[in-house]
Design a protein around this ligand. Structure first.
Ligand SMILES: Nc1ncnc2c1ncn2[C@@H]1O[C@H](COP(=O)(O)OP(=O)(O)OP(=O)(O)O)[C@@H](O)[C@H]1O
Ligand SMILES: [Mg+2]
Length: 229
């Protein structure tokens, strides 16, 4: 099986004045194409930071990330953006919808930017899939947290990504909606072969993925139940 993500000896340090905070240390793992993979760990253990670096949104201080066959460290900002647009979907912990665009526009705009003439039609289909057929013209401020999360998911699916990074995709949803979103994620994996990397506090959700990576204090403490000392 081909590796879609290969992370080696990754480290990240945040500097606050004279204080240095190591948030990720010696992180090494691999994800195979088409795999479902979860990252779990306490609040502040570095999950969001790790996801951002793996998706090329942020840079590490040490180590390498190879995503879809390309080493991210060798790319400039523009080249990373192109790689992201082509291959990656991202669902953020805080949604990051554009506030001046409606739900439909938020989903359709990335498609329009890619020159897709069916952007609106596809946008409607995607919103329909996440159960928001009656919210096309609402702005993010007029939507509940869970509804915004679902718009963000529809947007993440729009470029048919080969790998989807989702940060707490069900964290703000009630049990029933969370279940639906979970089904959508696994459906995408089954139908389109999309590799899923999910950060979650929900251990039941994590248990449904093929691999669980456990972080604590910025370090890997277990990878698929193999304890790393
Ligand atoms: N820009 C930043 N500057 C300084 N410190 C940061 C910055 N971003 C994150 N941190 C710190 O890095 C650590 C890891 O943060 P991160 O957001 O990756 O945690 P997390 O595992 O996603 O937590 P949660 O489950 O609460 O979302 C935290 O201690 C946080 O305070
Ligand atoms: Mg987080």
């Amino acid at each position: 099986m081909a590796k879609i993500l290969n992370v080696t000896n990754l480290g990240k340090i945040y500097t606050n004045g004279s204080k240095k905070l190591t948030v990720l240390q010696d992180i090494t793992f691999k994800v195979e194409e088409g795999e479902t993979f979860s990252i779990v760990g306490p609040s502040g253990s570095g999950k969001t930071t790790l996801l951002g670096i793996c998706a090329g949104l942020d840079r590490p201080d040490s180590g390498t990330v190879t995503l879809c066959g390309t080493e991210l460290g060798g790319l400039n900002e523009d080249e990373r953006a192109i790689l992201r647009n082509r291959n990656i979907g991202f669902v953020f912990q805080d949604f990051q919808l554009l506030p001046t665009l409606t739900a439909l526009e938020n989903v359709a705009v990335p498609l329009e930017l890619r020159g897709d003439k069916n952007a609106l039609k596809i946008g409607m289909e995607l919103l329909d899939k996440v159960g928001l057929q009656n919210r096309f013209h609402h702005y993010p401020s007029q939507l509940s947290g869970g509804e915004q999360q679902r718009v963000a998911l529809a947007r993440a699916f729009s470029n048919k990504p080969s790998i989807l990074f989702a940060d707490e995709p069900t964290g703000n949803l009630d049990a029933e909606t969370g279940e639906k979103v979970e089904q959508l994620l696994f459906q995408l994996n089954a139908e389109a072969g999309t590799t899923l990397i999910i950060v979650t506090h929900d251990l039941e959700l994590a248990a449904k993925t093929q691999n669980i990576l456990r972080l604590k204090g910025g370090k890997i403490i277990a990878n698929n139940e193999t304890v790393v000392s």
